[in-house]
Design a protein around this ligand. Structure first.
Ligand SMILES: [Zn+2]
Length: 275
């Protein structure tokens, strides 16, 4: 493993399990070939953060059981974060928490068309409880502050452990550069959320797709710079009279596979248009 301080424990079915300090980590791979995506779930002191995609469900259930989970929090309601939440609510008494504003969307059947099903599996509806401002783990050892960080979705939260300098960032970080975004993302809001989160004192990011990111604050600052430079470039091109389609074609003259197979759900245009 590339990250210093991570120990690989073994593999539960297809989930690669590792640990970092007190945190147990499960990683599954969704999609295939050039659109495969790593999906991470985390467990610490009985608290589970995100539940992977439904296609990982059998493995995540084993991870859930072996970590003696007594509460689950979700960063946001996307299929690759909420996949095992319906099983947990149906089969255990463990509460699952989600941003209150996202609960109606969890109650509705998700739109699962061909590529979504292939990537993430078919997720059932579920009825989580609303997140409060703070989550204390079962032994009382860790306290997570809920940091509202919209942009990737209108309701998206990060979980911040101040005394440890840990930020469980959901899909706020992902990487420094970005080539596509989802159709309901708002990059302007993402920039504001990153600026807000950078006011906090933290070192390590726990990303749902990039895993453990040490020097996470520096990495997140790099992401902010990338997005602000891109925003300046887009505004400059707009001031020259170019429309967003033309700007997209110039800045991103290529299409990623996910852009083609998702029929526009994922696109570089969504980045440009919301900057
Ligand atoms: Zn997401």
């Amino acid at each position: 493993m590339a990250h210093h301080g991570i120990q690989v424990i073994g593999v539960i079915f297809m989930l690669e399990c590792s640990s970092y300090k007190d945190i147990n980590i499960g990683m599954g791979i969704c999609g295939e070939d050039d659109y495969e995506t790593k999906v991470y779930v985390y467990a610490i002191d009985g608290l589970m953060i995100d539940t992977g995609a439904q296609i990982m469900e059998q493995d995540v259930i084993e991870f859930f059981k072996s970590n003696h989970i007594d509460q689950v929090v979700l960063t946001h309601n996307h299929e690759d974060h909420t996949g095992t939440a319906p099983w947990i609510l149906k089969n255990t008494n463990v509460p699952v928490y989600l941003n209150e504003g996202a609960i109606p969307s969890a109650n509705r059947p998700p739109v699962m068309d061909g590529y979504v099903t292939k990537m993430w599996g078919i997720r059932d509806t579920f009825d989580p409880k609303p997140l409060t401002d703070k989550i204390v783990t079962s032994s009382g050892k860790y306290t997570f502050e809920v940091i509202h960080a919209p942009g990737h979705k209108p309701q998206h939260d990060c979980f911040y452990e101040r005394s440890q300098g840990w930020l469980f960032s959901g899909d706020l970080y992902l990487g420094t550069k970005q080539f596509v975004c989802y159709k309901d993302e708002n990059m302007k809001q993402t920039i504001e959320s990153i600026e807000k989160v950078l006011q906090l004192d933290f070192d390590t990011i726990f990303c749902a797709h990039a895993g453990v990111v040490e020097n996470g604050k520096v990495r997140l600052e790099k992401r902010l710079k990338f997005l602000k430079d891109l925003q300046n470039q887009v505004n400059e091109m707009r001031s020259q009279g170019m429309d967003d389609r033309a700007i997209d074609a110039e800045i991103y003259p290529f299409n990623l596979t996910i852009q083609d197979i998702s029929g526009g759900d994922w696109s570089s245009y969504n980045i440009i248009h919301t900057l």
